[in-house]
Design a binder for this molecule. Structure first.
Ligand code: N01
Length: 561
């Protein structure tokens, strides 16, 4: 446990969360603006999402050379990733390296959970209460809680009766879990389940995968970097920085300008084959219209399904795994290391929950509707998160009139994903309505933190005590987020966590901004140029009620989520 001696109660700024967002935000506010800043972090170390996601096989799907901060050449040049995709252990090492290099830990209070945040309008100050009852105050409150930090464990009847151990992948024990000789049941086959299954199958006695929705996956083709490539990355800071800031999804590769139906079938298949051989999220970049043309998407989908059928030797399993009901990449597209091949192992079975749903969890395992019972010693929930709004709502935030829960009763509404009407001086890094999960997160995070820092600097230097997003701006932005998603196949999937559909009772609102990072950055910059259009500064309204964001139409054909 890290020692932080916090004796003060009043700060200029409080930041909640010490992952990629919170660390950089602390650095900018403290070291560039000179503001007294405290970060409050639930975990006992830095890492945010990566502090908790330690399940076997946990590895980022973004490539290492782009999954990093780009604000400092020095940090970039003194660090070396070792593989094409960074493992969770290496990401924590990197974030510790950054935190230590910038001497950040002294201003982070670890092992501390926020229980409530209240805005006092008379004093224009935020009060943040932590679980032991202590309170802290600050003029500026910044949420850096991330998008995927509220674990979702489905309410399956009988769960409490299970005699074995249960784990959620997003809250994995720090000390790890020994699966030798154990019968494991895994529920969930999203990006996480696809990573975890192939690792656990190697060591457990038997793995039963309970699949509700079949999923596409592209081979990651992870490799260890050789010195030549590592040196190249270290020596190409400016180029990499320019690249990740110029691609629509913040990844360090370009999306092809080709349309899938504009080439012959033979050429198309050759291009899919080449992209499959390259592997990873780059597969999506082979054509620019995979998320906007149903026909192009279908071609990609059929290509991947045929690959699954080739990989899986048991025809029944192959059928269940390739019976996919949604367009490719319209749900978050996983990448894998031998996921489908894992089903060729003798110690791995597959249950098709579409045909035979779970009836209940019993003391010794899982019982299905058909009466079939799977005996288990351990259940792993790879069942995802109450994404995007979940982490924010868990902070119990109350603004000048309403609680966030009340204000978002029909779904998230905010301005640019950054600020919420009725919640002055609060900023949300990678909040709902920003590109966040449809992009390479560290690149989105840097853009948000820089924007927030500039905004706070503007307020401080202009003598403004209070800044608040205006209601009409939030309504316009929320509509813009909705219509942008509607222009893509993303909105065609009704059962996706992008829409909140994985959480019973959650309002169905397409939450991330699908217009791409480049467009988004331009919109954010233009709002600054226009004197923080759509924000109320102290009591001064900055502009009239009519706002549109289509002055820089999002290039959805070039969308690279
Ligand atoms: O969660 P998910 P995840 N009974 O929600 C199933 C990021 N990530 O943790 O599809 C049975 O995608 C559910 O089934 P269905 C990434 O952004 C990043 O895998 O709802 N099954 C689904 O199969 C990703 O998208 C990296 O029918 C139930 C699964 O659980 C996000 O995290 C690596 C069920 C949940 O899939 C979330 O991915 C890994 C029930 N009651 C993850 N409830 C990086 O590399 C749910 N399921 C950065």
């Amino acid at each position: 446990m890290m020692e932080t001696n916090v004796t003060d109660t009043f700060f200029d700024a409080l930041v909640i969360g010490a992952g990629f967002s919170g660390l950089y935000q602390l650095h900018r506010l403290r070291d560039d603006l000179g503001l007294s800043t405290l970060v409050i972090e639930k975990g006992s170390g830095v890492g945010g999402t990566w502090f908790w996601n330690r399940y076997p096989g946990a590895r980022c799907d973004s490539e290492s050379q782009g999954y990093a901060y780009f604000f400092s050449r020095e940090l970039h040049e003194k660090w070396q990733w070792t593989e094409r995709y960074p493992a969770h252990t290496e990401i924590r090492k990197y974030l510790n390296y950054v935190a230590d290099s910038l001497n950040l830990k002294k201003d982070i209070m670890f092992d501390t959970k926020v229980s409530a945040c209240r805005f006092f309008d008379d004093d224009k100050i935020w009060q943040v209460r932590i679980e032991d009852g202590r309170v802290f105050y600050a003029k500026w409150l910044i949420s850096a809680v991330g998008c995927l930090s509220a674990a979702n464990v489905p309410e399956i009847p009988g769960l409490a009766s299970f005699k074995g151990d249960c784990y959620h992948t997003g809250k994995w024990p720090k000390e790890g879990v020994d699966f030798s000789g154990v019968r494991v049941g895994q529920i969930g086959t999203g990006s996480t389940g696809i990573q975890v299954a192939s690792e656990i199958a190697k060591t457990c006695k038997h793995l039963t995968v309970f699949q509700r929705t079949a999923n596409y996956s592209i081979p990651a083709r992870n490799t260890v970097w050789d010195n030549t490539y590592a040196d190249w990355v270290r020596n190409h800071y400016e180029e990499l920085k320019a690249l990740v800031r110029s691609t629509p999804n913040g990844h360090p590769f370009r999306i092809s300008g080709n349309l899938a139906m504009e080439v012959s079938e033979e050429e198309r298949n050759d291009m899919f084959e080449a992209a499959w051989a390259k592997g990873g999220l780059r597969f999506r970049g082979v054509f620019s219209d995979l998320l906007t043309s149903e026909k192009s998407n279908e071609a990609a989908a059929n290509f991947i399904k045929s690959k699954i059928r080739q990989k899986v030797t048991d025809p029944d399993k192959a059928e269940i795994l390739s019976d996919i009901d949604h367009p490719y990449a319209a749900k978050r597209p996983p990448i894998d290391t031998n996921y489908f091949e894992t089903f060729n192992r003798e110690n791995v079975s597959l249950v098709n929950l579409k045909a035979d749903p779970i009836k209940e969890i019993i003391p010794g395992g899982i019982s299905l509707k058909s009466g079939d019972v799977r005996d288990l010693d351990v259940i792993i929930f790879a069942t995802g998160f109450d994404a995007m709004t979940g982490p924010l709502l868990s902070l119990d935030i109350e603004g000048s009139c309403l609680s966030l829960k009340e204000y978002w009763a029909e779904g998230p509404r905010n301005y640019l994903g950054l600020a919420i009407p009725g919640f002055p001086n609060l900023f949300t890094i990678t909040g709902p309505g920003s590109p966040s999960v449809l992009s390479n997160m560290p690149v989105s995070i840097e853009q948000h933190v820089d924007w927030i820092t500039d905004c706070i600097k503007y307020c401080v230097s202009g003598g403004y005590m209070r800044i608040e997003a205006e209601e009409h701006a939030a309504q316009n932005w929320t509509e813009h987020v909705r219509s942008t998603a509607e222009a893509t196949l993303l909105a065609k999937v009704k059962h996706s966590w992008y829409l909140g559909a994985n959480i019973p009772g959650k309002p169905r609102v397409f939450t991330p901004y699908a217009g791409g990072l480049v467009t988004y950055r331009k919109i954010c910059n233009s709002i600054v140029r226009d004197g923080y259009k759509g924000f109320l500064l102290d009591q001064k309204t900055t502009q009239g009620p009519k706002m549109t964001f289509d002055f820089e139409a999002p290039n959805v054909t070039n969308l690279g989520v």
